[in-house]
Design a protein around this ligand. Structure first.
Ligand code: 13P
Ligand code: SF4
Length: 323
C-alpha cells in the first residue's frame, strides 16, 4: 500500500471517468474506507458513494461504521461532525475549502458574545456551524429534527437558535415557541426567486412545490411540503403527484430521478435566472479530488481535543433525543 505524502503532487488524473472510478474503488478497498455523500454532491460522486443521506443520517452513519477511513463528500462542518463522533478514524474531505456560509458567518468569538448577552437561554445550534460553536451549545439540531427537538425543550426555558434565521423562523412557527435568532442565512437558499417560482407554478399547475426550510418564508409560504433533503426525497416517493417544483439545491434531484424515472422534477432558478441554486461549496468536490484525498490521505480533519469533547455532548444529546 503506497501512502503519498501530503506535500507530494499527485499526478494529474484527467483520464476518463471509468479509470477514475476504478482507481477510487481499488484505493477505498486498500484503505478500508467508506465514502459518505450528501445529496448535494454531484451525481458522479453520489453514484459511487457507499451511503448517501441528509446531515442527520450522515452523522449517524459516521458514528457507527467499521471503516478505518471516512471520505466525507460534503462540506467541512459535516466532515468535522464525523470526526467529533469518530475521533479514532481518519476523516478525509476531497476539498478542504468546501465550507458553508452559515458556518462561516457565525464565528466563535461573536457567537460567544451573543450567548453572553442571553445567559439564561438554552442554546440550540443547527449542525451547519463549526466545532467551536457546537462546543458552546446545549443542543445540536439538523433540518430534519429541529422542530421535534425544540418542542422537547421545557416551556419555561428561553431559547437561542443559531445560525440559520430562516430555519429558525420556520421552527418557531411549527413548534409555537419564540426563539432569539442569530441573523445567518444560506447563500443558496436565499437566492431562489419568488417570481421564477410563481411562473413555474403557472406553467406547471399540477406540480407540488417542495422546499428546504433554509428558504425564506415568502417561498415557504407557497410550498406544499417543507423538509430536510431526505424528507423531501421521501415525500416525492409517497406523494400521488407526478411532478414537483424543487426549492433546494438541485443535487437532490439526481436521487429523485433515479428512484422515480416517470415523475417530473423542476429546478427553480436563482434571482436574475442565475444558476446560483447550486451550492458552490458542495460542488468543490469531484471524482478527481476524491481520488486525490484517498491517495494522499489528506486533507484530513483535525480538531483540538478539548473542543471536540465539548462539541460531542450536544451532538450526542441530539442523537439521543431524535431516536
Ligand atoms: P440537510 O439537513 O437536509 O442535509 O441540509 C443540510 C444543508 O446544508 C442544506 O443546505
Ligand atoms: Fe451551507 Fe447553503 Fe451550501 Fe447547505 S447549501 S452547505 S447551508 S451554503
Amino acid at each position: 500500500m503506497t501512502v503519498v505524502s501530503a506535500n507530494e503532487k499527485v499526478s494529474p488524473v484527467r483520464n476518463n471517468k471509468d479509470e477514475l472510478i476504478q482507481s477510487i474503488n481499488k484505493l477505498r478497498q486498500e484503505r478500508n474506507a467508506i465514502i459518505l455523500a450528501h445529496y448535494y454532491q454531484e451525481s458522479d460522486i453520489q453514484d459511487i458513494a457507499d451511503f448517501i443521506g441528509d446531515s442527520l443520517e450522515l452523522s449517524r452513519k459516521a458514528s457507527n461504521t467499521n471503516a478505518d477511513v471516512i471520505v466525507f463528500c460534503g462540506v467541512h462542518f459535516m466532515a468535522e461532525t464525523a470526526k467529533i463522533l469518530s475521533p479514532q478514524k481518519t476523516v478525509l474531505i476531497p476539498d478542504i475549502d468546501a465550507g458553508c456560509t452559515l458556518a462561516d458567518d457565525c464565528p466563535e468569538d461573536k457567537f460567544k458574545n451573543f450567548r453572553e448577552k442571553h445567559p439564561d437561554h438554552f442554546v440550540i445550534s443547527y449542525i451547519n456551524c463549526s466545532a467551536a460553536v457546537k462546543a458552546q451549545s446545549d443542543l445540536i439540531c439538523t433540518s430534519s429534527n429541529a422542530v421535534d427537538l425544540v418542542k422537547q425543550v421545557p416551556k419555561n426555558r428561553k431559547i437561542l437558535f443559531a445560525p440559520d434565521q430562516n430555519l429558525g423562523r420556520w421552527v418557531e412557527r411549527q413548534s409555537k415557541r419564540d426563539m432569539t435568532l442569530w441573523p445567518g442565512s444560506c447563500i443558496v437558499h436565499e437566492t431562489f426567486s419568488e417570481e421564477a417560482l410563481l411562473k413555474l407554478k403557472i406553467s406547471n399547475p399540477n406540480a407540488e412545490i417542495i422546499a428546504h426550510p433554509e428558504c425564506q418564508s415568502n417561498l415557504l409560504d407557497l410550498s406544499d411540503f417543507i423538509g430536510s433533503t431526505s424528507k423531501l426525497l421521501l415525500y416525492t416517493k409517497t406523494s400521488k403527484s407526478s411532478s414537483f417544483i424543487v426549492l433546494t439545491e438541485p443535487g437532490i434531484i439526481h436521487q429523485m430521478r433515479l428512484s422515480m424515472p416517470l415523475k417530473h422534477f423542476i429546478e427553480v432558478p436563482g434571482l436574475d435566472g442565475c444558476s446560483c441554486n447550486a451550492c458552490p461549496y458542495m460542488r468543490l468536490n469531484n471524482l478527481e479530488n476524491l481520488l486525490g484525498c484517498l491517495k494522499r490521505m489528506s486533507p484530513a480533519i483535525e480538531i483540538d481535543e478539548a473542543i471536540r469533547l465539548k462539541a460531542l455532548n450536544p451532538i450526542n444529546r441530539m442523537l439521543e433525543m431524535s431516536k
